[in-house]
Design a protein around this ligand. Structure first.
Ligand code: PGA
Length: 234
């Protein structure tokens, strides 16, 4: 069983989501499917397809105009939230410390955080990939984790770029994340790979050791692209 998460980013409409849920509900799969959708779509009745927000506030409540708390997301029935996605780190300035605070908010409100870590092209070229991944995990994961979390390894330079790291690079990254989590007492935490996943590479990527599923951006927007990813593994 793999975890297949789609990240719609700022795309789609409520009608698109209703159609996607119908299409996904009709397929025969044992894989867990999560759709990370814009906040305005979270109240959609999604049956066995789990919904997630794409971010949450670092704050519990109060004078934070425009923000949405973990409690508000949980009240929609959503079970998960993405945290620390590359675009939130890039455009909203989220640091590992912010991500950790948001993950604490998620956990204390019954949401499973999908915590994203990964290196930029500059960091990769400076030979810092493994360092960034390890510090990303150590600094972004709360010190007290009393329910499930998920980690997503997203090489930031490969997101939306149509290119992926080599299988060996993905394997080394996932091995390091698994080892780090083990060291933190969180062995067995699922680790997803995300960045330029599509129907043609999903099986190969999900066959790599320590890859427990995928986080899919562009190819999760249309059923014709997303379903082959979900059904590529049994
Ligand atoms: P992509 O995006 O699949 O379009 O590369 C992945 C992500 O941002 O989660």
């Amino acid at each position: 069983m793999k975890i297949i998460a789609g990240n719609w980013k700022m795309n789609g409409t409520h009608e698109n989501l209703v159609k996607m849920i119908q299409d996904l509900s009709a397929i025969d799969t044992k894989n867990a499917i999560i759709l990370c959708v814009p906040y305005t779509m979270l109240c959609t009745d999604s049956g066995k397809i789990a919904l997630a927000s794409q971010d949450i506030s670092a704050h519990d409540h109060g004078a934070y105009t425009g923000e949405i708390s973990a409690k508000m997301v949980a009240a929609t029935g959503a079970k998960y939230t993405l945290i620390g996605h590359s675009e939130c780190r890039q455009y909203h300035g989220d640091t590992n410390a912010t991500v950790r605070t948001k993950a604490e908010q998620a956990l204390s409100n019954g949401l499973t955080p999908i915590i994203c870590v990964g290196e930029t092209m500059d960091e990769k070229q400076a030979g810092k990939t493994m360092e960034i991944i390890e510090s990303g995990v150590r600094e972004s994961v709360p010190s007290v984790v009393n329910s499930n979390i998920i980690i997503a390894y997203e090489p930031r330079w490969a997101i939306g770029a149509g290119i992926t790291p080599t299988s060996n690079e993905i394997e080394s990254a996932h091995e390091l994340i698994a080892k780090t989590l083990d060291d933190m007492g969180l062995g067995g935490t699922p680790v997803l790979y995300g960045a330029s996943v599509k129907g043609s590479n999903a099986l190969e990527i999900m066959s790599i050791p320590h890859v427990d599923g995928v986080l899919v951006g562009g190819a999760s927007l249309k059923s014709d692209d997303f379903i082959p990813i979900i059904t590529s593994v049994k």
